[in-house]
Design a protein around this ligand. Structure first.
Ligand code: GDD
Ligand code: MN
Length: 377
């Protein structure tokens, strides 16, 4: 990283007319905002050769169609239409990697970020003194008045946690508005998480303080049209990122959630077993099967809403997924019992054998569910 920082950003051989700045705009259901944003970018960046790459996750409102039409009128506009995928961070990463200017900016489509700051940010990068320029709400001159109290509190808390846990020095690491040198970004890209919202925090944490950062104040405005895609699950994404960075990507939040859901499944199992035995008078074998079925079903539903919410199965795919999940878990049960038996064979300690079997089961179920039930398209 250090050698990158010594080099100037704009190569003197950059032919005139080639973009000096790539502006990346992640979009999901922003059809009414994209044209206005592009017009404002044109105005703000007058005289600077730039390109705009919209990365749209196949928005149901047809945002990509509007962008496609724009790009037929103006060669500086491009549209990446991603199918079967969701996620702000992943969209930004793909957009930056698909662009070519020596500097890349990320800006929201809904006009909450202040595009008139872009020339100032570009000048800071081009001076060669900085690798990253952050549009910051939390330094003198910046603000986020459009936030309601709840959102403001959550944002402040997350910022504090990030600063302490990941030793991040930036005042506003949750900002979605920043500009980075291509060289630095290309180096960091392979280690960045494509899940979640917090791409800037990821960039800063992954660089381990190696980036020379400048923060520029701006006022976080109100959304023009449409609604925010951030929901309460963003908190989970955030925790996941902190966890992954703290453990050097050893512990994934997905696995933890999967294991947690699995533990809850044990409770469901016992309750259902009890009910089947005592309330419905089933025989033990039937009652046990009934408990297992209830546990697998509730695990499937919880995993679909929580663990794999970004790849949530819908409609007919839910049924197919449920059947596959039953199959995966049934094989997992054999793996569980098999391992427990062989451990018990060597060391007849019941809890050690039991725990080893359970661990085997959850690892198996996790790996196979990822491959077959919630597989990436
Ligand atoms: N491609 C793609 N895929 N784009 C997405 C997705 C997605 O899954 N989810 C959101 N976007 C786009 C939106 O269309 C918008 O252009 C931008 O990402 C920001 O999403 P918003 O839904 O407007 O987020 P926000 O305004 O609540 O949050 C913003 O401010 C936060 C600062 O508190 C974002 O910039 C956050 O990253 C930022 O942390
Ligand atoms: Mn927004």
């Amino acid at each position: 990283m250090n050698d990158v920082m010594q080099t100037g950003l704009v190569s003197p051989t950059q032919p005139a007319g080639l973009p000096q700045l790539s502006v990346i705009v992640p979009t999901f259901n922003e059809r009414d905002n994209v044209t206005t944003l592009f017009r404002r970018l044109e105005r703000a960046l007058a005289g600077i050769p730039f390109e705009v790459v919209f990365v749209d996750d196949n928005s149901p409102d047809g945002t990509w169609q509007v962008v496609r039409a724009l790009s037929r009128e103006d060669g500086r506009v491009r549209c990446i239409r991603r199918i079967g995928r969701r996620g702000l961070s992943g969209a930004c990463i793909e957009g930056i990697l698909a662009s070519s200017a020596p500097c890349a900016a990320v800006i929201d489509a809904d006009l909450q970020h202040d595009e008139t700051q872009l020339p100032k940010m570009l000048a800071a990068l081009q001076s060669g003194e900085f690798d990253l320029v952050v549009g910051s709400r939390y330094i003198e001159g910046g603000s986020a008045d459009s936030f309601n109290r709840q959102r403001a509190g959550a944002s402040a808390l997350a910022t504090e946690v990030a600063k302490r846990a990941l030793r991040v020095q930036v005042a506003d690491p949750m900002s979605g508005f920043f500009m980075i040198s291509r060289e630095c970004f290309e180096q960091l890209a392979p280690q960045l998480s494509t899940q979640g919202f917090k791409i800037l925090l990821d960039v800063v944490a992954t660089a381990h303080g190696d980036l020379r950062v400048k923060e520029i104040p701006y006022t976080f405005g109100s959304r023009l049209h449409g609604e925010s895609k951030l929901d309460s699950m963003v908190a989970l994404d955030f925790l996941g990122l902190v966890l992954a960075k703290l453990t050097h990507d050893v512990v994934s939040l997905r696995f933890l959630l999967f294991a947690m859901v699995g533990s809850l499944g044990l409770v469901v199992h016992l309750v259902a077993l009890y009910a089947a035995l005592k309330l419905f008078g089933f025989r033990f074998a039937e009652a046990q099967a009934c408990g297992a079925l209830c546990a697998m079903t509730s695990n499937f539903i919880l995993n679909n809403f929580l663990t794999y919410r970004d790849q949530r199965l819908k409609g007919f795919a839910v049924l197919r997924g449920l059947v596959l999940f039953y199959l995966v878990c049934s094989v997992g049960l054999f793996a569980n019992v098999g391992v427990a038996f062989s451990v018990y064979d060597q060391q007849p300690i019941w809890w050690l054998a039991g725990a080893a079997g359970a661990l085997m089961g959850v690892v198996w179920n996790y790996a196979m569910s990822g491959l077959f039930v919630w597989r990436k398209r």
